[in-house]
Design a protein around this ligand. Structure first.
Ligand SMILES: [Zn+2]
Length: 467
């Protein structure tokens, strides 16, 4: 069987082994010049160690980062001096609370002072899409890049994925058109990894047919997707009775996996649906393991806090996500408030671990991603998940699709596509319930035939427009 054949089985597995053991390490070392394979080996071993050992490593990496930031990065040098903060005295994760939160506004205003002048020229420069909020530019050093890759590969492997196995990406493709020498490397990467990218922005019938054909031809070992778009694709498959494949693990990114989405994804692709949580600024922060009970944090690369104001929130309470990027020396992000809300899982009883056996702490769940959190008149958060919980009914499809938009001046518009079991009476009851959560914000409903994904390819259910 040649390596170009995509059917799973002996050929695919043989290729996967050859790829993982020989091709990929050589590629990363010789062409990409990245130590990703070494990092991956380290991460694969670390995840099974005890929470104490993992914490010790994390604190060691944290002290090194803080020391570097205090010596080389103007913003942090100034902050540490003002607070008389000594990185060498950091003994616990809680010691970080002595430092202020790094907000997106500070990143914008103090950009130049946040970049290490020595790394500056070599840094990878990126930005978040401005599709719903205000765009944010940031950068990170090359060594952070290989940690990011290794962390992602490890988390994906919890679904059975291995580099070299065929992967079907159902993903937003804007900003995905690499050019020049970099483009050639990316294309070669994709061919050798046997990745197929299908643009999930296009959700018309012809695009879905073509995606379905590719999926059937390819028989991937995993699907990596934008959650909402893939859930819509799954509904379309189920409505037409088109499933003719065995179970395929589905790795959901970019958007939360809500119970109704999980249900249709499981029906269309099998029970192995994994939520992942990441952002462009720090990449994969947490991912679900095979126990499907919360998301393990990428603790060797990131220190994640969940906080109210800037103090740790008790486990099980929703708070702001603060993230410290342990290997980004080029533009140190320390206690960066990324705008998401999450809950930390309660610490397990002594000696207990996740059923999978890993020692990495977990997020119980991600409540709202940046653009998914509305604010009431007093500025208190209203997690967008409220809409999902109230509008989703597992048994009856009253609503086919919805999108809630909070305008900059505060009013909320709910766009609704009626479903096959539509009933005005039941919908009105839901709306009354919703109004309770919106605490007096002006609110109106608009009925529409369909809702298009945004320019970035996310089929956003919650949009918070910013001033
Ligand atoms: Zn686990």
């Amino acid at each position: 069987m040649s390596i170009s054949e995509n059917a799973p089985g002996l050929g695919a597995r043989t290729y996967e082994r050859a790829y993982r053991r020989v091709l990929w390490p050589a590629w990363e070392r010789l062409v990409r010049r990245r130590p990703t394979p070494q990092h991956l080996r380290f991460l694969e071993a670390m995840q099974w160690r005890s929470p104490d050992v993992i914490e010790r490593y994390q604190l060691h990496a944290l002290r090194a980062l803080l020391t570097h930031a205090g010596e080389h990065v103007p913003y942090w040098r100034e902050t540490f001096r003002r607070l008389a903060f000594d990185p060498r005295e950091v003994r616990t994760r809680e010691d970080l609370a002595a430092l202020p939160v790094l907000t997106r506004d500070i990143v914008r205003e103090r950009y130049v002072d946040l970049v290490d002048p020595v790394h500056g020229r070599l840094n990878v420069k990126k930005g978040t899409s401005g599709s719903t909020g205000v765009p944010l530019k940031f950068e990170y050093c090359l060594s952070s890049e290989s940690w990011r890759q290794a962390v992602r590969i490890r988390a994906y492997s919890w679904s059975g994925y291995r580099p070299g196995l065929p992967v079907f990406y159902y993903w937003g493709l804007i900003n995905e058109r690499p050019t020049g020498a970099q483009g050639v490397k990316v294309v070669l990467d994709r061919v050798s990894k046997r990745e197929v990218f299908v643009n999930s922005i296009r959700q018309d019938d012809a695009a879905r047919r073509s995606a379905l054909d590719q999926l059937r031809r390819m028989r991937p070992a995993a699907i990596v997707c934008f959650t909402q778009s893939c859930a819509q694709f799954a509904r379309w498959i189920l409505d037409r009775g088109l499933r003719d494949w065995d179970d395929i693990p589905v790795l959901c990114g970019a958007e939360a996996v809500l119970p109704a989405d999980r249900a249709v994804l499981c029906q269309a692709f099998g029970p192995n649906v994994f939520e992942t949580y990441g952002s462009r600024e720090t990449m994969l922060m947490a991912a679900e393991c095979e126990a499907h009970a919360g998301l393990h944090l990428s603790e060797e690369n990131l220190l994640v806090e969940v906080a109210h104001a800037d103090k740790a929130a008790p486990a099980g309470d929703t708070g702001d996500v603060l993230v410290t990027d342990l290997h980004n020396y080029g533009m140190p992000f320390i206690r960066y408030q990324n705008g998401d809300l999450a809950r930390m899982a309660p610490p397990p009883a002594a000696g207990d671990r996740c059923a999978c056996g890993r020692g990495l702490r977990k997020l119980e769940r991600v409540e709202g991603r940046r653009a998914d959190t509305l604010r009431d008149r007093e500025g208190n958060p209203i997690p967008g998940i409220v809409f999902h919980v109230l509008l989703a009914d597992g048994r009856q499809e009253i609503i086919r699709q919805f999108q809630a938009v909070q305008r900059a001046r505060g009013d909320v518009v709910l766009r609704v596509v009626r479903g096959p079991h539509w009933s005005q009476e039941r919908f009105d009851a839901v709306v009354r319930n919703l109004e309770g959560y919106l605490r007096g914000l002006p609110f109106q409903v608009e009925y529409t035939g369909s809702i298009a994904p945004s320019a970035s390819g996310k089929l956003r259910t919650i949009i918070v427009e910013q001033t």
